[in-house]
Design a protein around this ligand. Structure first.
Ligand code: PLP
Length: 461
């Protein structure tokens, strides 16, 4: 076999090669090159091993995607078989193949309501761009080409394509690579702990939804195509909206005939304890984007689930959708996604998150960390959580930005065999959905230890 056992010596080689030629996403490549990237070599279940032999528990499921865990032979076998039968063919113009057709049916079997029409892409960003183009063209077909403004939210993440960047609300991204796509507006995010002042969750939920109505009225209801939001804002630090927020958003969208798109790239496929996050907040979108958990990250594949209203407008008007990707519905990625959904159903994973491991994780997380001096607030649902780190719990005072408290904490985690993500001063967990009770305990014990180390390092000054 050509399998090579990595030693410390070739860790340095890989780092040197990486530093010479690899530009990393969302990374200060200069700083990384001086330090050397950590080399992740293999994975099994919820664990990773680096090239030095360190075993690391993955509290983030990769990048919120390896929902069914690493090393699933069934997914490997599905890819292997499909590669031998038909490694590639496209779905443009007048062709299809079994994996694309079957996967569309499988996705429709788990989406809520009439989201039964599936368009394929390869990444969440492409799915979001597809949403933007679909809703604008929908209103064009309806004879309202001026109804083309999309409304997103501050601190939202919808991907890194120019469309996803423009719709998202990440100020650091907006500063680069502009100008952005026109006719996109944004409203505030529903971040109760950080921004509500004295308001109750309920009052704040209504106030944040009210911001949508104000925005719609400011730009004119006849000009607004759609509102797009993540049911729970993920990359923004896991911001769980008040329970009444989405209901009110939906009511406002209906009132002004504005479409509603749920970006389910993180929330989809069981993360919140339902197949999709919109079900956890009890609202029915007109369309939704999904990626990540669709294939548990084993191969790149994404989709937009489109409801009857929009799909039928195209179908009944014999309208071309002039949009698509060489790899839309890629047969190997589709075969893996079909098998992934089959496994999720066979192992009752959504029920496991809703009624067993999700409640266990949320309860234990609060038991172990809410009294910690660094922890201002914990929010989450199912198997996703965000923890606000504060300098002073009583006053909710944050550490100074330039201290980078989140990065200090993340680095302690990394050193101690736990992957946890930092978003500013918020720490994030999103482990594989197949995680066991004992593994949850391990994640949380490591997290608490690393919070102690973080506290000790800032106390020292
Ligand atoms: N939308 C949401 C809600 C996401 O969380 C992400 C990625 O984290 C994206 C879109 C972009 O997905 P991708 O990185 O696959 O392009």
């Amino acid at each position: 076999s050509s399998h090579r056992t990595t030693t410390a010596a070739n860790t340095a080689d890989i780092q040197a090669t990486d530093a010479s030629h690899h530009m990393h996403p969302f990374t200060n490549t200069g700083a990384l090159n001086r330090k050397g990237a950590r080399v992740i070599e293999r994975a099994e279940g919820v664990y990773l091993w680096d090239s030095e032999g360190n075993k690391i528990i993955d509290g983030m499921a990769g990048l919120w995607c390896v929902n069914m865990g690493y090393g699933r032979k069934e997914l490997v076998e599905a890819a292997h078989q499909q590669m031998q039968t038909l490694p590639y063919y496209n779905t443009f113009f007048q062709t299809t193949h079994t994996p694309a057709a079957e996967l569309a049916k499988e996705i429709a079997s788990v989406t809520p309501g009439d989201l039964n029409h599936i368009f394929f892409a390869n990444s969440g960003s492409e799915a979001v761009d597809t949403v933007i183009r679909l809703v604008r063209q929908y209103w064009n077909i309806k004879g309202k080409p001026y109804k083309n403004i999309l409304i997103g939210r501050e601190n939202a993440y919808h991907g890194s394509t120019i469309g996803g960047t423009s719709l998202g609300g990440m100020s650091g991204m907006h500063k680069q690579g502009g100008p952005l796509v026109p006719n996109i507006e944004r409203i505030r995010q529903p971040y109760w702990y950080g921004e509500a002042g004295d308001m109750s969750e309920e009052e704040f939920g209504l106030a944040c939804a009210q911001a949508l109505e104000e925005k719609i009225l400011a730009v004119g209801p006849d000009n607004v195509a759609a509102f797009v939001g993540e049911p729970i804002q993920g990359a923004g630090g896991v911001i769980v909206p008040p329970a009444n927020y989405w209901q009110e958003i939906k009511r406002i969208c209906d009132k002004y005939d504005v479409l509603i798109a749920a970006d389910e790239v993180i929330c989809g496929f069981g993360r919140t304890g339902n197949w999709f996050g919109c079900q956890s907040f009890d609202f029915q979108p007109d369309l939704m984007s999904m990626a990540k958990g669709l294939s548990s990250g084993y191969l790149p594949i994404a989709a937009v689930a489109v409801g009857d209203r929009i799909a039928n407008a195209f179908i009944e008007h014999d309208e071309d959708f002039n949009h698509g990707f060489t790899y839309s519905g890629h047969p190997v990625a589709a075969a893996v996604a079909i098998e992934n959904i089959r496994l999720m159903k066979e192992e009752n994973i959504v029920d496991y998150v809703a009624n067993d491991i999700g409640p266990y994780f949320q309860t234990k997380l609060r038991e172990m960390l809410s009294e910690h001096p660094l922890v201002g607030h914990i929010e989450g649902m199912g198997l996703v959580a965000g923890i606000a780190l504060v300098k002073d719990k009583a006053t909710k005072t944050l550490f100074p930005d330039d201290l980078d408290i989140g990065l200090i904490c993340r680095d302690h985690c990394f050193e101690n065999g736990l992957i946890m993500r930092a978003v500013g001063s918020r720490m994030v967990l999103s482990p594989p959905l197949v995680i066991s009770h004992a593994e949850v305990d391990e994640v949380l014990e490591k997290a608490r230890h690393c919070f102690d180390l973080t506290l000790a390092s800032v106390d020292k000054g």
